[in-house]
Every structure is written in C-alpha cells, then in structure tokens.
Design a protein around this ligand. Structure first.
Ligand SMILES: NC(=O)c1ccc[n+]([C@@H]2O[C@H](COP(=O)([O-])OP(=O)(O)OC[C@H]3O[C@@H](n4cnc5c(N)ncnc54)[C@H](O)[C@@H]3O)[C@@H](O)[C@H]2O)c1
Length: 326
C-alpha cells in the first residue's frame, strides 16, 4: 500500500508509521509539527504542511499518489475544545473536508479515521458497542462525530472504503524503549501526568472526581497500549480490501480500569510515591467508559495483546530512560 498519514509525527501516528514501514508499505507523513516531532519519524518521508491548507494537501496527494489515507491530524483535548470550539472545528472538521476533497480527486481507496470514544459521551451501558447512540459532550467529540458522518457520506457516493476507529485511551511506549509520548502543552492524559508525578517533576496528581459510582469512586476508562493501536491500524487498513468491512469500530483493550488502579500499579512498577489531590468532577467526564471490542475482532481478527502493566512499565521506562521491573 501507499499510505499517507496526516499527523504521523504525533504520538499514535509515529507508531503507525513505524509499523507500516516494517510491513513493507510506502509511507508519507503530512504534519504541521504543532505537537508532533520530526525525531519521532526519523526515517519517514515528511511534508510539513497544515491540513487546513487545501492547496498544500492537494500538492502532497499529487506527488505521492496514495492509495490509502490514515487521518490522525487533529486537536485532541475535550477540555480545551470547550473554551475554543471554533479552532477545533476548523482543524478537525475543515481539515477533514480538505482531505476528503483530495481523496476524491486522487481516487484514494481506503480512508482510516482517528475517531474517539468521546463520540459516545456518557455511554448508557458498558462495555459500549458501536450500536450505542452517539452523544458527544464537547466540541472535540462533536468534531469527531462530524468527521465520521462526512467520511461515511463520501464513501456512499464514491465507493471509497473506510474505517472510523473510535480509540479509547491510548497510553504506553515502545517495548524496546525507542519511542513514546512527548509531553506537550495541553497534554493532560492520566498516564504521562502520573509518571511525571512519580518522577517528582510535578508535585501531585490531580484526580477529577472521587465520588463516582465505581468500586473506588474514581473514573473508569479503557487504556490501550499504543503498540496494540499501531498493529490495529495496519490490520484494518490492509483488511479494507473488502467494501463490506467499511464501518465504525471501537479500539480498546476491552477492559475498564479506574484511576486509582492506574496509580496503584504505577506505584508498584516505579517504587515511587504518587501524591494525589482530589478535585471536583469535570463537566462531561463519564463515570465509566470502556469498549466492547468484539466487532473489530470479528471483522479484522485483531485484539489487544498488552495489558495495564505493559502500558505502565513501558511508559515508565520511556520517561525515565530505564527498563522498569515488571
Ligand atoms: N491519544 C488518545 O488517547 C486518543 C484517543 C482518542 C482519539 N485520539 C485521536 O488520535 C489522533 C492522534 O492523537 P495523538 O494522541 O497521537 O495526538 P498528537 O497530538 O500526538 O498527534 C496529532 C498530530 O497531528 C498534527 N497536527 C495537529 N494539527 C494539525 C494540522 N492542522 N495540520 C497538520 N498536522 C496537524 C500534530 O503535529 C501531531 O503530530 C487524534 O486525531 C486524536 O483526536 C487520540
């Protein structure tokens, strides 16, 4: 395959670029390097461009002529999107429109989209499956849902095959310690924050909500190892040779883990204290969100192979530069 990756210099995209290359596929990354880094994809062709720039997008497609597109580039903080919705729609929706235009003009056969569990909002039932109603609770979630709708519509008219992948919480680093998540302004994910506290770089971990109706009162999420995600993207993109496989798929571990379970396991792996401070719940944060992953397994034969311990020991090793004891 010839695969164009938007946002391929970012956290998840760089793992997918590496996995695709290892599988012998040709890869071009299109990224504005706003949060992504050149050094995450040292051996991959890169066009530094913005997906909001329709002409620049067309130029990359004209030169590379991809048969497949994996679209990661986006702003990704639900919280931040509440205070600046227009910016989120501009990047996540207008940017996707530019990519759909280029995909149509250059006859892209497969379109794989980074969607999010944020599309569900507060799931009524967990594990949540893809038939659950959408109920995004932030402009970020709305932008992902709109992206899904636009891609599906284009597929219906052009026959382009597609997969909208609703990721749950991506975390972890390469098992060999060579690649991981770079902290950047606005990154508020639990695992990098908890690791930073365990390393003494932050004074304490803020936990939003200790009174949820869960076993320990903290929110429950589905953490998926970034290497599992990377393998899923390759499997799904390769497997989109059949039109009937087009659709929306959850990507998670298929297991719910509370915030305190994460910090407890990280304390065990690192041997470090993790001072915590409990704050009020954040608006729009569901108590529990974890995935039913049956559909992607049945359709593409993919399932996550790594667990919470793999996630946390690899993240700890990446951030501290040492291999943690499992
Ligand atoms: N990390 C998660 O847990 C998670 C969960 C659900 C969905 N997602 C989605 O997965 C995708 C990748 O997330 P990530 O965690 O790797 O984030 P990231 O910030 O590391 O990667 C995003 C990449 O897109 C690039 N980018 C941003 N705006 C751009 C623009 N206008 N033009 C060109 N490039 C641009 C950034 O430079 C970066 O390389 C996003 O679409 C995000 O919404 C992530």
């Amino acid at each position: 395959m010839k695969v164009l990756l938007t946002g391929g210099a970012g956290y998840i995209g760089s793992f997918v670029a590496r996995e695709l290359t290892a599988r012998g596929h040709a890869v071009l990354v299109l990224d504005n390097l706003s949060t992504g880094r050149r050094e995450a994809i040292p051996d991959t062709a890169l066009d530094v461009a913005d997906i909001r720039d329709g002409d620049a997008v067309m130029r990359s497609f004209a030169r590379f002529r991809p048969d497949s597109l994996i679209h990661f580039a986006a702003l990704k903080s639900p919280e931040e999107s509440m205070s600046d919705p227009a910016r989120y729609f501009e990047v996540n929706v207008s940017g996707t429109v530019n990519l759909l235009a280029a995909a149509a003009r250059y006859g892209v056969e497969r379109f794989v989209f980074s969607s999010s569990a944020a599309v569900y909002g507060t799931p009524q039932v967990c594990p949540v499956d893809e038939t659950a109603p959408a109920g995004p609770q932030s402009p970020y979630g709305e932008s992902k849902y709109l992206g899904e709708r636009m891609i599906e519509s284009q597929s219906a008219t052009t026959g382009m095959r597609f997969a909208c992948l609703r990721y749950f919480n991506a975390a972890g680093a390469a098992t060999d310690g060579s690649l991981g998540e770079f902290a950047h302004e606005g990154s508020r994910q639990l695992v990098p924050q908890a690791v930073a506290v365990a390393r003494g770089l932050l004074p304490r971990l803020q936990i939003f909500g200790a009174d949820y109706p869960t076993s320990d009162g903290t929110a429950v999420r589905d953490y998926i190892h970034v290497e599992d995600l990377a393998e899923a993207h390759v499997r799904v993109t390769e497997g989109l040779d059949r039109p009937e496989r087009s659709g929306t798929y959850n990507l998670g571990q298929g297991r719910g883990t509370s915030v305190l379970e994460v910090t407890g396991e990280l304390r065990r792996i690192s041997g470090a204290e993790i001072p915590m401070e409990f704050a009020a719940r954040r608006a729009g944060d569901p108590a529990v969100s974890w995935a039913d992953v049956g559909l992607v397994q049945r359709t593409f034969g993919w399932a996550a192979r790594r667990d919470l311990q793999d996630i946390l020991s690899s993240a700890w090793a990446w951030h501290t530069g040492v291999t943690a004891e499992a």
